[in-house]
Design a protein around this ligand. Structure first.
Ligand code: FAD
Ligand code: AMP
Length: 474
């Protein structure tokens, strides 16, 4: 086999593996280099998302939701279960099995599409050569006309709360706790902190989340954040805002925390501390000094709107570049870059990338928040509809939250759709399609929605933009 490829992808996360498969589909001779080592010590394709991110977190969220529902939802249906308990071996083992199924699946997809997988750390050298260093230290060099950098991201470490894998943990650690901690501290009320904090809260941990910013979930629309905060409090999650962690000391299997808020310094002792203060683009050891590829002040690889680095034949995608750190954003960039390389017209619209937070209630949005529109001086109108008036949601005993549709005040074009409530991770897809097709609130309002379904909340919220919702006062 020749070591010259049309395309080499470095990184097999959702950005890289999708780019490799699409490039191979387009007839390009493709290799993908990845260094991730699975729990069994073998190569595990799929990156952060499949191994220690999206998939395992959803597995644990779903298991913990089933357990939580036993005491918090089923009694309302007249169903009671005595002495429910969780077998932690099965709980974590189920997650591991799902991870293995999907990481193994990528290997099979590579074989089916004739993508050559290399196991090791890839380094871009000059002239599109890639040096691969295996775990045993062995080195080989392969080359390609095009190299796609998809090296992803890693958790940000706080210098005064360094990960030890036991008491102070990152996302990977929080997905592998074998015993429910009595007290879990979480630093950062972002997507990861809220999701993983929810998992352990539902199993009985006393979870305290410290968030340095004064506003809760400021990336989301303020109305959505307000509703979610109220529900999280009801579930027993303690979220302290404007609370900045300044010190964490491990003492006899406990972690003594010091945090500061407007009232001064406070102490808190927990059994485990999850630090979820964000992720940084990972480019350690990725680039030889003379490649010409630039990184910005936040360590992200600099690319143009076509994900090109400005160096002939070198592209970058996913968490390693600007834009939201979301799996589907990286995957779409991967497809687009493969198509651009093959001389086709790729397309990624960062303005309609959906965001989802898989808490209970779920949170999902696409497009602009009300604040962003206000700040930009764009005139808008709003329609909302509560799940409390949706028959299906009430039947499910999950009638929490609302859908909010924001449209341009003059053109009626959809500018943002914000949801908090049951099943909104799925409902958001309709809004994304409508926005991608440059639809209006009127378009959503005229589409027939099945009854009784949760999607009627989207329909009614769109109607409510022009004050003609049927099942509420306007
Ligand atoms: P990654 O998935 O990070 O993959 C990069 C890969 O490249 C890794 O395997 C890494 O080992 C490898 N690599 C890096 N450098 C080299 C090198 N030099 N040589 C060889 N290999 C290298 N996103 C969502 O959209 N939905 C979710 O529900 C969601 N949940 C999440 C939950 C958690 C707990 C976390 C941590 C993240 C979650 N994310 C979610 C974010 C998502 O995981 C990332 O956006 C996504 O994985 C980014 O994909 P990527 O391919 O750019 O990078
Ligand atoms: P995200 O980037 O969405 O994962 O969110 C991470 C959150 O962690 C952000 O909202 C930060 O404000 C928060 N954060 C960062 N450093 C600290 C700290 N020292 N104490 C508390 N919260 C922090």
């Amino acid at each position: 086999m020749s070591d010259k490829f049309d395309v080499i992808v470095i990184g097999a996360g959702p950005a890289g593996y999708v780019a490799a498969i699409r490039a191979a589909q387009l007839g390009l001779k493709t290799a993908c280099v990845d260094a991730f080592v699975g729990k069994d010590g073998k190569q595990a394709l799929g990156g952060t998302c499949l191994n220690v991110g999206c998939i395992p977190s959803k597995a644990l969220l779903d298991s913990s939701k089933q357990f939580f529902n036993l005491s918090h939802n089923l009694p309302a249906h007249g169903i009671s279960v005595e002495n429910a308990k969780v077998d932690m071996g099965t709980f974590i083992g189920r997650k591991d099995k799902i991870v293995k199924q999907f990481t193994g699946g990528i290997g099979q997809l590579f074989k089916a599409n004739k993508v050559t997988a290399f196991f090791g750390k890839g380094k871009l050298l000059k002239d599109n050569n890639v040096e691969i260093t295996g775990n045993d230290g062995s080195k080989q060099t392969i080359s390609a006309t095009n190299v796609i950098l998809a090296s992803g991201s890693v958790p940000i470490e706080l210098p005064f709360a360094k990960f030890d894998g036991k008491n102070i943990i990152d996302n990977a650690g929080a997905l592998d706790i074998n015993e429910v901690p009595k007290r879990l501290g979480v630093i950062g009320a972002g997507v990861i902190g809220l999701e993983l904090g929810s998992v352990w809260n539902r199993l009985g941990s006393q979870v305290t989340i410290l968030e340095a910013l004064p506003d809760f979930l400021s990336v989301a629309d303020a109305d959505v954040a307000k509703i979610a905060a109220k529900e999280f409090a009801k579930q027993g999650l303690t979220i302290k805002l404007g609370a900045k962690l300044t010190k964490a000391e491990v003492k006899k299997n406990e972690v003594a925390l010091t945090y500061e808020d407007k009232d001064g310094a406070h102490e808190l002792t927990v059994d485990k501390l999850l630090v979820a203060v964000g992720r940084r683009a990972y480019t350690d050891g990725l680039l030889a000094g003379d490649t010409g590829v630039k990184v910005d002040e936040r360590g992200r690889i600099v690319v143009d709107e076509h994900n090109h680095t400005g160096v002939d034949g070198v592209w970058a995608i996913g968490d390693a570049v600007r834009g939201p750190m979301l799996a589907h954003k990286g995957s779409e960039e991967g497809v687009a870059v493969a198509e651009w390389i093959a001389g086709k017209a790729g397309h990624v619209n960062l303005d309609t990338v959906p965001w989802v937070i898989y808490t209970e209630p779920e949170i999902a949005w696409a497009g602009k928040t009300e604040k962003e529109l206000k700040d930009a001086g764009i005139p808008y109108k709003i329609g909302t509809f509560p799940f409390a008036a949706i028959g299906r949601a009430v039947a499910m005993n999950e009638a929490i939250g609302q859908v909010k549709v924001i449209a341009h005040a003059e053109t009626d074009r959809l500018l943002g759709v914000h949801m908090v409530g049951p099943g909104v991770s799925e409902l958001i897809a309709e809004a994304v399609v409508a926005m991608e097709f440059k639809g209006s609130a009127e378009d959503l309002a005229r589409i027939v929605h099945a009854h009784p379904t949760l999607s009627e909340a989207v329909h009614e919220a769109a109607l409510s933009v022009d004050k003609r919702a049927i099942h509420k006062g306007n």
